[in-house]
Design a protein around this ligand. Structure first.
Ligand code: NAP
Length: 247
């Protein structure tokens, strides 16, 4: 069967671990060139490079702090010089700094907003400028059920994820005529490093909340992302696709 993304250039933030890693592997599998971004964990990035050595030039992993306007501008300048444009952007890089609001420092608030929301804005802005040149593009923002449900200790995280949804809906309207679609995928509890720090009873309680009684896998999120990035999803924009076992 023909691979769906042959010749496509796909930027994935948070590509070195967890969900972003699974998304990157799925695009590579379908023939894309993946320009992966990571935040600073060189060990994880090198492990992925080693594991994907067969992909050759199809996988580039670059360090770039998505919350830093200068870094992101430089990243996209390099991308434009080498590739002229991109076809797909996956805004997946995300962090959490959980604390009850009353005890939350402004730094914990700001850092989460900066990475999860401002990072999405900065990456989307530069991606749109490139995509407009070819009047085609797919932007997929990885948000969370925390945006609509809210979870105790996650006011900063939930606000950042709800912000991504608002950004998605507005940007989708701005770019629809240019055939650039913008959508969200909201994974439920997915078994990645992101859940590190939760104790056994919290994990058991979260698992009980999921009707399927299990956490999801990165490849199950990737399948939804690849669908929204595909030619078949051309008429879907401004929407949210839940991948959460029925949460
Ligand atoms: P993860 O395993 O912790 O991986 C996070 C990735 O983001 C890493 O590659 C990390 O790179 C990168 N990153 C972090 N800060 C960055 C920055 N400032 N600039 C660039 N890259 C940065 O997380 P995950 O579970 O895969 O989560 C991915 C996304 O899914 C997040 O947006 C998260 O909110 C969302 N999500 C996750 C779950 C879940 O249960 N796992 C549920 C709902 C939503 P370094 O390692 O180099 O820092």
């Amino acid at each position: 069967m023909e691979k769906e993304f042959v010749g496509k250039k796909v930027v994935v933030s948070g590509a070195s671990r967890g969900i972003g890693r699974a998304i990157s592997l799925a695009f590579l599998e379908q023939g894309a060139t993946v320009l992966g971004i990571y935040g600073g964990n060189e060990t994880a990035a090198q492990a992925m490079r080693d594991e994907c050595s067969a992909a050759g030039d199809h996988l580039r992993l670059t360090r770039c702090d998505v919350s830093n306007a200068t870094h992101v501008e430089e990243l996209f300048r390099d991308i434009e010089n080498e590739f002229s444009t991109i076809d797909v952007l996956i805004n997946n890089a995300g962090i959490r700094r959980d604390k009850l609001l009353a005890l939350m420092d402004v730094e914990d608030w700001q850092e989460v907003i900066n990475v999860n929301l401002t990072g999405t804005f900065l990456m989307a802005k530069h991606a749109v400028l490139l995509m407009l040149k070819q009047k085609y593009g797919r932007i997929i923002n990885i948000t969370s059920p925390a945006a609509s449900l809210g979870f105790q200790g996650q006011t900063n995280y939930s606000a950042s994820k709800a912000g991504q949804m608002g950004l998605t809906r507005s940007l989708a309207k701005e770019t629809a005529k240019k055939k650039i679609t913008v959508n969200c995928v909201a994974p439920g509890f997915i078994d990645t490093d992101f859940l590190d720090g939760l104790n056994d009873s919290q994990l058991a309680e979260y698992k009980k909340m999921v009707p399927m009684r299990r956490f999801g896998r990165g490849d199950e999120v990737a399948a939804a992302v690849l669908f929204l990035a595909s030619a078949g999803a051309a008429y879907i924009t401004g929407s949210l696709l839940d991948v959460n076992g029925g949460l």
